[in-house]
Ligand binder design. Structure first.
Ligand code: SIN
Length: 537
């Protein structure tokens, strides 16, 4: 077989969201930097982030309060050193972003802050009302493009290249040219974002197929806390339409939740009512759905000043109008949807994974900063802070991580040169693409029904049994879609396995058969690697 075309770079960054861009900017002076995206360069989850970015920058705020709020929301599983770095370095990263041109909303000359769930202060910066991610992406791209960074869109990473247990590059599918190539680099960063598409109901864009997690797992990297998936309580529920996010900032500005009997139910569940931590609100909402038999509850903004609402949330206003809903006058049908992965590829505080040469940052990574439940608007901040740190650590590339003070062993074979193989063609007859699509629809539904907001040993075991029969077949010349389908299956299985192993309820992981938190037994991170059982450390 003809060997694939090979290119060389010093640093390879896979993913164009906030973490990837911020890392690339950090690396720009250190050598040749290539940044890849599997779709349009600007297409990432960052682009869709509405609510904002949290940082203790207002006169009434303190870094210590942001620290406390993050730990509290994380339900006693946050890595405290990671949180400390996040809240301490966050303000400087945001100031820098402002210097690079990011225009956050202001009241007069002062930055405007809003509130979101589980924050003890108004500390959420936003841009163009509800297009914060878009503005951050714009500013980062402008900065990156002013340097020598090279961008390659529509390049899908099919696998990592390993030599003697060290990641030395990636194998790529060029979607437009329909060719396979390889890029070799001194260090590689996975910043591929989330995995929400593993669920049938998600706020994530269609590209959030867990590729980075699946690729790293296949290569032998350790995953951590992958059972913790955050469900956002307020995704717009319109039948047949994707679940459009209705930002938590709406509740920060005074919106409230009502069940179908129009009762404000959140005060019954938590003293912070509609601004309780996200996991609490999603579970409460689920309980109301079970109790009333309804498909949705309502988000009610009708008590707010309509002019303010239209100006503050222009994108949400326009999108809801497309569904014939006026957010200033109508009750908005909402239900929870998968939103964010707290877990991911295990890293240390500089993005080093357990594989030498491989780094990870942003949603695909897990350094423990979010614990069992991420505090609202800490994700863009994480991308900025830990993207920059990973960029700094990549040059020069170093040894594999000692992850979070708990040493991780590099489990990859020590010698041979190899490609971290994709599952590969599954049989002599190429399956019809529709078969893969049908299986993925089943996987996503099984995950929603059995590995969702409320789980049990019974539901999780049933999910695993079904998943074992649903591996989407890979044709002999797979395209991006088939690779994504395979990645979704891998990710679904590891989430279900780790969720089954954690016999307690904590943060976003709620087990109806183990409804209490058990710090003594389970106040630890889960860990899973290819061919190994789930362990806790
Ligand atoms: C939102 O705007 O509600 C999402 C913000 C986040 O995920 O933190």
């Amino acid at each position: 077989m003809k060997s694939p075309r090979t290119r060389e770079a010093d640093y390879l960054v896979i993913g164009c969201g906030v973490a990837g861009l911020r890392a690339a900017i950090e690396l720009a002076g250190a050598g040749k930097v290539l940044v890849l995206s599997k779709a349009e360069l600007t297409e990432s989850a960052t682009q869709y982030a509405q609510g904002g970015i949290a940082a203790a920058l207002s006169d009434e705020d303190e870094i210590a309060l942001h620290y406390q709020d993050t730990l509290q929301a994380g339900d006693s599983l946050c890595h405290q050193a990671a949180v400390k770095i996040l809240v301490e370095e966050g303000p400087a990263r945001i100031q820098e972003l402002i210097e690079w041109g990011a225009a956050f909303d202001r009241n007069g000359t002062k930055l405007a802050f809003t509130r979101e769930g589980a924050h003890s202060r108004s500390r959420i910066l936003h841009a163009h009302g509800d297009s914060t991610g878009r503005e951050i992406t714009r500013a980062l791209f402008a900065r990156a493009r002013a340097s020598s960074i090279e961008f390659l869109p529509y390049m899908f990473t099919t696998e990592l290249l390993l030599e003697n247990g060290v990641v030395v590059g990636a194998r790529l599918l060029d979607e437009r040219q329909k060719t396979i190539s390889e890029i070799r680099a001194r260090a590689l960063l996975l910043a591929t974002g989330g995995l929400g598409q593993v669920y049938s109901e998600t706020t994530n864009p269609s590209l959030a197929t867990g590729d980075g997690v699946a690729i790293a797992y296949r290569a032998g990297a350790v995953l951590r806390d992958i059972e913790f998936v955050q469900f956002h309580p307020t995704a717009l529920y319109c039948q047949g339409a994707p679940r459009f996010l209705l930002s938590e900032a709406l509740r920060g500005e005074g919106a409230c939740l009502r069940n179908v009997d129009l009762e404000r139910f959140m005060p019954r569940y938590h003293e912070a009512a509609d601004l309780a931590p996200r996991d609490v609100v999603s579970r409460a909402l689920m309980m109301e759905l079970l109790k009333t038999g309804a498909e949705f509850v309502y988000l009610d903004l009708t008590g707010l000043d309509p002019e303010h609402v239209r100006a503050r949330f222009p994108r949400i206003y326009a999108t809801c109008q497309e569904h014939n809903l006026d957010i200033t006058a109508d009750l908005l049908p909402v239900r929870p949807a998968a939103h964010y992965a707290m877990g991911g590829i295990a890293t240390d505080l500089d993005g080093r994974t357990t594989l030498a040469g491989l780094f990870a940052a942003g949603e695909v990574a897990c350094n423990g900063v979010h614990g069992a439940n991420r505090l609202a608007s800490n994700s863009l901040l994480e991308g900025l802070v830990y993207g920059a740190r990973a960029g700094r650590a990549m040059a020069p590339s170093q040894a594999p991580a000692k992850v979070s003070g708990r040493e991780e062993k590099n489990k990859v074979g020590k010698s041979s040169s190899r490609v971290a193989a994709n599952p590969g063609p599954s049989g002599s007859n190429d399956p019809l693409p529709a078969d893969g699509a049908r299986r993925v629809a089943q996987i996503r539904e099984v995950m929603w029904q059995k590995v969702g907001i409320i789980r049990s040993a019974e539901s999780l075991q049933a999910a695993l049994d079904i998943l074992a029969r649903l591996a989407p077949p890979l044709p002999s010349s797979p395209g991006r879609t088939q690779y994504e389908q395979s990645n979704l299956h891998i990710v679904a299985e590891v989430i279900a396995r780790c969720a089954l192993a954690r016999e307690e309820s904590r943060g976003a992981h709620y087990r109806s058969d183990f409804p209490c938190r058990d710090d003594e037994r389970w106040g630890r991170y889960s860990r899973i690697a290819l061919g190994q059982p789930v362990t806790f450390e």
